[in-house]
Write a new protein. Structure first.
Lengths: 269, 356
């Protein structure tokens, strides 16, 4: 028993360190004065802190407009993903229908094809359809990527709300739709909000499709990746950009962590 | 007027037949209990009346109106669920008047009826609470109030007491009986608890494997079970069944149990066949010495049960339960004579289990 605990905490410590150390190093570097970043040998803990690097990053060309682009894409993605995945999740949770298992499986099939394989045909198709270099185009791809997660989470949210409550509302004179709107939906809102936030993080962080499919209307991760790869952006720009990117996701996941745990827990059960 | 007619109901789930072919007539104002073991189709039948199940076949009439195709809210019914299904995100008051709101009733009328129902079920002090702050019994009363406030023609209850502890169940059982007497709504009540069924029902419908086995008053169900199944399902301890043989005796017919002929009035055609003799434990008397017409038996075990004792005896190889006075002293292995009350014997076909 004792040994087991040591094992669990040991593993948790290793994994935690593995995740946290890069984040910590990026954060430290983002607040280190520019000159000190290039000093050699560089101390692990910087001797001085400054906001220069962050200010430089935030004043760089395209940062604010691409941040706005990222927000627009994320909001569009949330909207599209919910239009498709929320009814699917509800149906999977409530009804036993022919092809139910096949549907559940096919939702995961999206995850089978690596984005790398799909990217060139997708770019060609998007150029033909006039979706290339548009925010809605990126949002459509992000929607495809997030549908499996949203469906799974929404399913578990609705599984957790007894169908008898809806039935009770129906025996009391509500229609099926009204029973859903008055009884099930209010109880599902926190879980659905968690799913929406999760989708936001997914879209906000997605870099590959955004890079391939945009040119002038870059999202933030695409802009940073582009500056780093093709323009060879300086080291401090990279650190500041990385820090700026990671913070919203980190804060949001921290806030809804308990929710995500229970959601996945319900799904596993 | 809200008499209910169920006509040839059938419901299957894939290959599983939940309700095979059920027809029932329920009187206006009657308290009808659907009783049976789990999986007998009683809950499915109730949900079909509520409109929560679509039937494969059959029709349902409430007050002479065909409601088979109507949604639950348009049938003039209200239902109390086993899980209570109290809305957790609404206060007790909002739960109670939910149905009135759905109907678009004016707010002052809602309040009047809501408070009346709350008073009837002793919920007046709890109206501002959320269900999570209530005990199981209180939640159950909210569910009943929510159904009652609708003044339904038909009240449907699906094992409403099964999640309560024993003492509370006893209390609520009496409450439900009182409420039914005051409100006189036609009530259909599903339970697997025979004591509940006997104490609440004007009539009891015993179901098994998706079919009605017997539908009669509690007294008739208890005294004259239609089949061996009904006799064995109702009564605690249940009816005894021993093998017997019908033969002619001087001045009529008799059934032979353990080698002793017990005179039983029977139609003459039944003579000469093997039967099952059904007899309730309280209709057997125990004697310490041989009596004419008494069946010899051996004491196996004697269990005190408060007001009386439960004797397990053996006639030949067959065990038999007898309720005896609490002061009767018997030793295991002792020989006794069982005097069966002939008027209380229920003979059944040895093969089909049907009462003769």
């Amino acid at each position: 028993m004792r040994l087991r605990l040591v094992g669990i905490y040991g593993a948790a410590l290793v994994i935690g360190t593995w995740v946290a150390v890069p984040l910590l190093l990026i954060a430290l570097a983002a607040f280190t004065p520019r000159s000190m970043l290039y000093a050699w040998p560089r101390p692990l803990w910087p001797r001085a802190f400054s906001l220069d690097t962050m200010v430089f990053f935030l004043r760089s060309t395209g940062v604010w407009s691409s941040t706005l682009n990222s927000l627009v894409v994320a909001v569009l993605t949330i909207g599209l993903a919910f239009i498709i995945a929320a009814p699917a999740g509800y149906a999977l949770a409530r009804y036993r229908f022919r092809g139910r298992d096949a549907l559940q499986l096919s939702i995961l099939i999206v995850k089978m094809f690596p984005a790398t394989v799909l990217s060139i045909p997708l770019a060609v198709a998007f150029i033909q359809w006039g979706l290339y270099d548009t925010l809605i185009g990126v949002a459509i791809v992000h929607t495809a990527l997030s549908i499996p997660f949203v469906t799974v989470i929404v399913t578990s949210v609705f599984v957790g709300i007894s169908y008898e409550l809806e039935e009770a509302a129906m025996t009391l004179g509500s229609s099926r739709l009204r029973a859903f709107l008055r009884v099930t939906l209010p109880m599902a809102v926190p879980g659905l909000a968690a799913a929406a936030i999760f989708t936001f993080v997914l879209s906000w962080n997605e870099v590959f499709a955004a890079t391939i499919l945009t040119l002038d209307h870059r999202t933030l991760p695409a802009l940073i990746a582009d500056s780093v790869i093709s323009a060879g952006a300086p080291l401090h720009f990279r650190f500041a950009g990385g820090f700026f990117m990671v913070m919203p996701a980190l804060i949001i996941i921290f806030l809804i962590r308990r929710y995500l745990m229970t959601l996945w827990g319900v799904t596993v059960r | 007027m809200a008499e209910i007619a169920l006509i040839n109901l059938r419901k299957t789930y894939g290959r599983v037949v939940a309700v095979k072919d059920v027809s029932l007539d329920i009187q206006d104002g009657e308290f009808l209990v659907l009783l049976g073991p789990s999986g007998c189709g009683k809950t499915t039948t109730l949900r079909a009346i509520a409109g929560l199940e679509t039937l494969d076949r059959g029709r349902i009439l409430i007050g002479g109106r065909d409601v088979t195709q109507l949604p639950p809210g348009k049938r003039g019914i209200a239902m109390v669920f086993q899980s209570y299904a109290v809305f957790p995100h609404m206060r007790v008051y909002d739960n109670i008047v939910f149905g009135l709101r759905m109907r678009g009733m004016p707010a002052d009328e809602q309040r009047r009826r809501g408070e009346e129902a709350a008073g009837l079920l002793e919920l007046t002090d709890l109206l501002d609470r959320y269900p999570a702050q209530l005990s199981g019994g209180q939640r159950q009363r909210v569910a009943v109030a929510r159904a009652m406030v609708m003044r339904p023609d038909v009240l449907l209850m699906d094992e409403p007491l099964s999640n309560l502890d024993a003492l509370l169940r006893l209390h609520m059982r009496a409450e439900l009986k009182r409420l039914h007497r005051e409100l006189r709504a036609t009530t259909v009540y599903v339970t697997h608890d025979q004591v509940e069924a006997l104490s609440l029902g004007d009539r009891i419908t015993v179901m098994k494997d998706g079919e009605v086995v017997q539908c009669d008053t509690p007294a008739r169900i208890y005294d004259a079970p239609a089949t061996r199944f009904v006799g064995g399902f109702i009564g605690n301890p249940p009816m005894n069944f021993v093998g017997g043989r019908v033969r002619a005796a001087d001045g009529g017919s008799a059934v032979e149990i353990g080698g002793v002929a017990v005179p039983v009035p029977l139609p003459s055609g039944a003579i000469g066949g093997d039967v099952v003799v059904g007899i309730r434990p309280e209709h057997i008397e125990v004697a310490a010495s041989a009596l004419p017409g008494a069946v010899p038996a051996e004491v196996v075990v004697l269990e005190p049960a408060g007001p009386n004792q439960l004797l397990t005896a053996r006639v030949g190889r067959e065990p038999l339960k007898v309720t005896v006075a609490s002061d009767l002293a018997l030793r295991p292995g002792q020989r006794v004579w069982l005097k069966v009350n002939p008027a209380r014997i229920r003979l059944m076909d040895a093969v089909t289990g049907r009462a003769l």
